[in-house]
Structure formats: structure tokens, C-alpha cells
Design a protein around this ligand. Sequence first.
Ligand SMILES: *[C@@H]1O[C@H](CO)[C@@H](O)[C@H](O)[C@H]1NC(C)=O
Length: 404
Amino acid sequence: MRAFTTLAAVAGVLASGASAENYLGFNSGSTKADHSAKFKADFLQEFKTAQNLESAPGTFNAVRLYTNIQAYSKDDPISAFEAAVETKTKILLGVWTSGTDSIANELNALKKAIDKYGKSFTDLVIGMSIGSEDLYRISETGIKNEAGVGAGPDVLLKFISDYKKSVAGTALAKVPIGHVDTWDAYTNATNKAVVDALDWVGVDEYPYYESGKGNHIKNSGKLFDRAYDAVAAAVGDKPIWITETGWPASGPDWDEAEATVANAKYYWQEIGCRKLFNKVPTFWYNLRDSNPDNKMQFAITKDLSTKPLFDLTCPTTFDTPTGTSASTASATGSQTSVSAPGSSATGGAGSTGGSTDSGSSGTGTDSEASNQDDVVEGSASLGKGLSAVTIAGLALVAGVFALF
Ligand SMILES: *[C@@H]1O[C@H](CO)[C@@H](O)[C@H](O)[C@H]1NC(C)=O
């Protein structure tokens, strides 16, 4: 047993690679639930609440943004930057890359921010994500689900290059570059060139939306771990950042998944506390809901109160078995894959809708309506993808075995 545990631990370390500081934050779109723009006061309130949440298992002093552009403007810097400077909130930047052949407005807004705020801004920037779920939307599943306009590896590579040129010689030149997508985008060999171009990979994971996979809340830990481990096996030593995850506190049932406060709390503990907080850079979904079209409400607090819907304290014991890499390997024989297409529903509907629409294209908004239904069938075709990854996982474990 002890040997087994050690083995699993070693495999886990190898699989997850070196990781940076384990940031804690939430996602924040550029608009509110009524589609009106967020301004500095709105971001200030969000960031202050995040940092002062009662019984939080750490300080939530980071934020993931989806665009550099202030809503209602062409290329003015988003006012979240100024609010972040005032509250010392760390920033994971994002650039919207689907349905456009230019990210010039995004880059202009960023340049203006660098000029205007200088070091007080650039010192807070912890990463840049070029794109969000673009590869999912053009995958077989995404197309079948009419997930909306996406972008292929070539487009992403071009925008990564555009971004690099744009920040060369600035204080952001050293900021690590990532991309955010669903897990199966990373296990798809066609997308390898994108992974190779990144410093870290951002993964959106929502076990809630895993229809047909036994997505009861009690299974959420297992579902989460399988998808996470599949990515880890596929991306080698690139650090993984969990850019979106969460469980709705209210809304309709989704197959076996029920949206309740009790389940949102369980998920916080079983995925957040057990697997992510202070272990992996994590951007929880979410502090505040921003998409009125999504019946699932993910906010962990009401009206930005610092008193959350449930006690955020982390327990010391968990239901999900530990030694996840080993469990992936052993589970794979019998089980098919797990996808995180829910990310597109919530990411797309919740975050994309609430964020990117002000940016370079209307694509984000277009995809909202369809996403909801899409997700139901989302995981059907993913079994094939995992088997290869699983084999890699098994090989990894076997390789570790050889060390003993
Ligand atoms: C793999 O990725 C490519 C490029 O992103 C995409 O065209 C293809 O459909 C993906 N494969 C699957 C099975 O989704």
C-alpha cells in the first residue's frame, strides 16, 4: 500500500510538471447580467469581495479576464486593470481569438494600459491566455453541438505570434503564455503545435455537464480527476492551470447532476479543497454570474456579499480516492472518457457571453444560446480520444514502476 501511494505520488508529480505560484481567483467578464458594461466600481467591488470572503481557504486575489477591452469602447483598456492596481489583484489576461482575423484592438488596449499604468499594472500580470475554447468549438463534438465559431491551431499560432511581437520589449514580454480550452482539445494530436507554443495550458472542467457519465455530485471528484489526468498525460511537463471549474448552486438538473447549494459546497470541498486550492493555479467559476440566459447560477455568493452561500472552510478528509494518476490508469480499462464540454456552456454562455462580446467579435455571444443544449451530447464522442491518453498514462505509471 505504501509503495502504491508513493508510486502514485511520483506519477502525479511527473504528470503535472513544474508549476508556478498556485494562484487563487475567479473569472470576470466585461459585462453584468443585464449585458451592461462593468466599470471600475464594479470590478473594485468584485475584487474586494474576493479578497475578503469569509472562511476562504486562501486569499482569492487573482482574476481571469476574457478581454483587454473596456465594454462600450473600441480599444480602451478594460477598467478592471485600474481596479486591480488599486486592490493589488493579480491578472490573468485573455484575448478573444475566434471569428476574427485580427487581435489588433486587444493589443491596442493592452499597449494603452502599459503606457497608462506602467509597472503598477504589469507587475500584477501573471499570465496571458490567447483564446478560449476555440479548439473545442471546431472539434467534432463542438461542430455537432453547434457550439459556435471557433479557431484552428494555425489561427491560434498566428495570434500567439502577433501577441509576442506586440509585447516584445515591454514589461509583459516575460509573462507566461497559455491558451484555455476543454480537456479533449489537448489530447487531440492535431492541436499539438498549439500546446508546444504554450508555457502553460488552461483547462475548463465541469463534471456537472457530463451527461451519460454518471455525473451525480458524488462522482464529481472522479470525473474531474480523469479529465485532469488525461490532460496531464498529453501535455507532458507544461503546467496546468484550471481556468474554470465550479458547480451551480441553483438551476435545472442535468442528467444525474443537481444544482443545489449543498452540491456546490460538496464540489468546492471535493474538487477545490482536495485537488486545486494552493496546489494548482485555479480560477473558480464563479464569484458572480454574468449570463442571464444560463439558468444555472454558479455564483458562490449573493450580490457580492463577503458571506458566501455556504461555508468555504476546507475539510481534512475527502470522498474521492487519492493517487489520481494511478486511479486513472486502472480505471481506464473499463471506463470511457470524461469531457469538460460544460465549460462551453458555462464558459461560453456564462463567461464568454459576459465578457468577450465587447471585444473584437460577436462570436462569443452567438454561441451562447446553442451551448446549453449542445453540452448534453458533448461527451459522446470522446471515448476514443481518451484511450490514447490513457495508454500514455499507463505507460507513465509503468515507467515509474521501472524506477523501483
Ligand atoms: C482535432 O483537432 C482538429 C483541429 O483542431 C479538429 O479539426 C478535429 O476535429 C479534432 N478531432 C476531433 C475528434 O474532434
